[in-house]
Design a protein. Sequence first.
Lengths: 266, 309, 286
Amino acid sequence: MTAIAGQPRERRALLEAAGISKRFAGLQAVGGSEGLSFDVFAGEFVGLIGPNGAGKSTTFDLLSGVLRSDSGAVTFDGRDVTEADPHMHARYGIGRTFQTPRSFESMTVLQNVVAGATNPGERLGAAFGRKWRGGERSATDAAKRILTRVGLADRASAPVSDLSGGELRMLEVARQLIRKPTLLLLDEPTAGVHPGLQDRLAALLRDIHREGMTLLVVEHNLHFLLALADHILVLAEGELIAQGTPADIRVDPVVVSAYLGSDSAA
Amino acid sequence: MNWPQLLVTVVTLGGIFGVVTLALNLQYARGGMINFGIVAYFAIGAYVYAIVTQRGPIGLDQYRFGFDWPWWSGLILAGIAALLFAALTGWPTLRLRGEYLALTTFAFAEVLHSLLLNERRIGNGTVGLANVDRPFSDWGPIEEKYVFAAAAALLLVLTLLAFRRLLSSPYGRALDAIRDDETAALAVGKAAERLRREVFLISAIPVGVAGAVYAMYTTLAQPSLFTAEITFFVWIALVLGGERSLYGVVLGTLGLVLFEEVVRAWPFETVRSAQIAASAEHVLTGLVFIAVLRYQPFQRTVSRLRVAP
Amino acid sequence: MLLLQFFVTGVVTGCFLILATIGFSLTRRVEGFLNIAHAELLGVSAFTTWWLNAELGVHVIVAAVVAIAFTALVGLLIARVIYDPIRARGPAVLLITSTGVAFVLGGVIDGLIGTGIRTLQIGLAHRYEVFGIRITSHQLLMVVLAAATSVSLAVFLNRTRTGLAIRAMSANPSLAASRGVNLSATSRATWLLSSSLAGIAGVMLAVVATLTTDLAFAQILQILAVAILAGLGSLYAVIVSGLLVGIAMDVSAFWIPAGYRPLVAFAVVIVVLVFRPAGLAGTRAA
């Protein structure tokens, strides 16, 4: 990390990626010779940017356990999660959304959010009993509140196939919010979302951040991201080429040449 | 044609095979697992029941074990044995998905079949175990065949209720989530592998018990009763019934059993015509199967029903 | 010496398995699913040969050629009418549908032919003995045919336009289409090819075995064993794995009863799937 500009941040590191990397069929997707290393501090709103193919989504897959890193380690909340299964990442408090929104298509919008919560009735022994019903009621109430918050309350009983692309993204966020993750990884939250909904999304992210959730967001819409984030990580060809505040990044010559390019007006 | 007798047979066999179809439905439609060797768990139940309840070997018997325990212990042990066999076969296979799982389960069933056929010390080889204990033969006024029909129907209803309870719980919703989108389900903490393994194991229990009831009914545990044809039969019933609804699955099985029994009970003049009818039954079953898979008539109704509430 | 005899018989069995499996693997590779009905095509060919030869008195070679051509057409017809319309539903539905097709074909054969044991009107096999190892002319024919078929298939796939199109389509259909490969014509060629391979295997089955109508179903078990061992969809590995399964089944008869042959085949399969899920030739990506 010696060559990278930016001032150190003084807080507890919630997520620590130390030398992680991933190769696919001989192609290095993430991490150069020394692997990729960065920290996300508790309560931060961190943006992860970089050109197409920079390894942003692969990095998310490594942080959420969907892929195993070839090297290095990921520490979350003081716990080594490098080898943990993806569902355990979710249980430890790392939530994530996907570049193409995913949903449970056999369920309604409300059921999709309720399914986000972990209910004790998901254990075989408990499923035949009745004790899960209390948890189910509170999860349904919570799901309704969250749907109101993301603006999908009137779609609660619709099948997910009725939702627009933007609404599907909101639903995916809602399904994570019910879990109250400590760290939420959002993969291109504005892609395919029309401008009106984008404003609502920005307000929502600002709110949940203010309430204490740590956010790590991959986003192509720099205008959107730079207005919200406290800290930006810049990735190119799988390596961290710069990091700093949005103000620093806007003027960083390395970033401008490697990434912003002709787009530097952003 | 003797319709009351036919009805009793359909209820009995429909009940027994309905249980197997329900288990397959749980594995395939909910768990996304293609089990092409379901007959093995059924056969295990039948053999374990026979071995537990029969007397020790006498005369020409080549089998080694016979415990002469009561029928209910046979039923319980049949379920447990099927569960254990599922654990044994599930361990190497559940890592595999899709067609590989289909092939390994198929292979396991063939290995078991070949073992039962050749290893005379288990169950007399090809001859099989005859004289399987029929516990209801001295139930006084009620004729035995009605007791059997009732027992099979009861087993079916119990399995149906248990599965429905499981599937309407958060457990069932987690299964649906995994089936719909496993990656998304993992991202909300659903333990996909554990759930799949559990479904594979618990669905084997009623199949084993059904196998035991089948052995009681036929009074026979013989390799030729437990071939891959049973597996295909149950798959066809599953597809017929529309794979996403438990009731549809039961109806599909009853319909298919009825169809087969009508063909079987038809009074044919010659052996040749009976044989042609048996072939025609195969052809028709196959055609219906293909047509149902292609047009999915029940699927559509079911998915409409699911979205409605 | 007896062991060596079993070994030789195993090689012959293996050669039959190669013939029976290679078309199945070709379908899996190009069309992307396991066609359980492939084994019934062996039955179609075997009984067509038998009917022409034993019932109508046609010379066995003519009967064989007609049977192979007929089987190829049946295979193509089934693909057009049944598999193509549901292609979009994915390999699982196609696999399950193909068991339905197997039912129909099996039922038709059963209904038309009836029960009983049948043999072709051909002379008894000539028996040769080399260093005490016996081999019949029919068995030699099997070996020669398997070798010839494998070689000509390899030449076909590597040298001819259609063969190269089949390979391109199996590797990457959309890329192949963009490079001017006619996908539906290539698919047609694949079905004709794989079904006529089933036809050849069926003829050999009629030559070496006594025919009963449930014979075809018994073949699918062994075909699956060989195909899994080879790694689904790989062609050259079928040659090695066919021989391995054949030899394993026959040589095992040296120590354990012959009734265990299918058990041996599937025990091999289970071991392979547990330790090497993608088969002998496979990469993990498969």
